[in-house]
Design a protein around this ligand. Structure first.
Ligand SMILES: [Zn+2]
Length: 307
């Protein structure tokens, strides 16, 4: 069994994560916060190590496992419903691998760190190790919809059933994929709206040029960093973007008379150039913009005829 002191610290770590959650609503946390800011009983607990499976010296067993989005040295493989996590090295009896196996046997909650950019992690908690496959040198990780409570009770008493756990895991994998896309797009645009320059990450989205459902890829060239208003305007063809990065406002909207949001926020954007990432290979793919612009153009033409 995990000793009591270690259990108490682990529980306090989850309380601390819950307490900072409001500062990071999208659960993207700088690595400096994870390595410096978790202070329990006056002691710093480091939550992120140099390598994938991490055990702070104050704990008996590991606290976190880490993966890197799209790394060639992938620690984790995200399937539709399952996360396969690689052992450290090839020795099943290496201490961190043994530690993680103990976390599985004792149902000890862990923190999942998914690196989305240099120095930033998408953080999920709690996760559990539910299976061990020494032949393939992997563990299976599952999410759990039960929040670790803020009380001092470290163990989860009521187990969610298998369906709930699968569902929670699928949602976690989706969050990791979407969060990775969002973070990369926002970073490419230096956390500005590509239309109005607004710089508040809580008000920014990573919009798809070609939607997911239409086969759009989750790559930066298929993304635009847009504020909530401009994202909705783009999705609803109120605003169109030409393949050569010019902003167009739909004809009927241009003629409308309304308050300052319409005037300054939308109408005045007409004809402006899109604000683009500095790096050429991160700019929106013109072919995809063109495909999307065709829809806008068709709708706009129909409206012009009506007007
Ligand atoms: Zn905007």
């Amino acid at each position: 069994m995990e000793n009591q002191q270690s259990q108490r610290i682990r529980s306090a770590v989850f309380d601390w994560l819950n307490s900072i959650n409001y500062q990071y609503p999208d659960r993207v946390i700088p690595s400096s916060v994870l390595t410096n800011d978790c202070i329990i009983n006056g002691e710093r607990i480091i939550l992120s190590g140099a390598q994938g499976i991490w055990k702070p010296r104050q704990l008996q067993y590991p606290i976190s496992i880490k993966s890197v989005a799209d790394s060639i040295y992938q620690d984790a493989q995200l399937d539709n419903n399952l996360i396969h996590y690689k052992y450290r090295g090839t020795d099943p009896n290496l201490y961190v691998n043994v530690g993680l196996r103990e976390c599985m046997h004792q149902r000890i909650p862990l923190v999942y760190l998914h690196q989305v950019s240099k120095g930033k992690y998408l953080v999920e908690w709690p996760v559990f190790i539910v299976a061990d496959d020494p032949k393939n040198l992997t563990f299976t990780v599952e999410a759990n919809s039960n929040q670790i409570s803020l009380s001092s009770e470290p163990n989860i008493t009521e187990e969610p059933d298998e369906m709930q756990r699968r569902y929670a895991t699928r949602q976690m994998i989706q969050r990791l994929h979407q969060g990775t896309f969002r973070e990369r797009v926002l970073e490419a645009y230096r956390e500005h709206c590509a239309i109005c320059r607004l710089k508040h990450r809580q008000l920014l989205d990573a919009a798809h040029i070609i939607e997911d459902s239409k086969g759009g890829k989750p790559v930066v060239q298929n993304g635009l960093s847009l504020c909530k208003i401009h994202h909705a305007a783009f999705d609803n063809n109120i605003i169109g973007i030409t393949p050569d990065y010019q902003i167009q406002v739909r004809e009927d909207i241009l003629q409308e008379i309304d308050g300052p949001m319409l005037k300054h926020g939308i109408q005045e954007m007409h004809g402006n150039k899109l604000i683009l990432p500095r790096s050429a290979n991160l700019k929106p793919k013109q072919e995809w913009l063109e495909e999307r612009y065709e829809v806008f153009k068709k709708l706009n033409l129909e409206l012009i005829i009506q007007i």
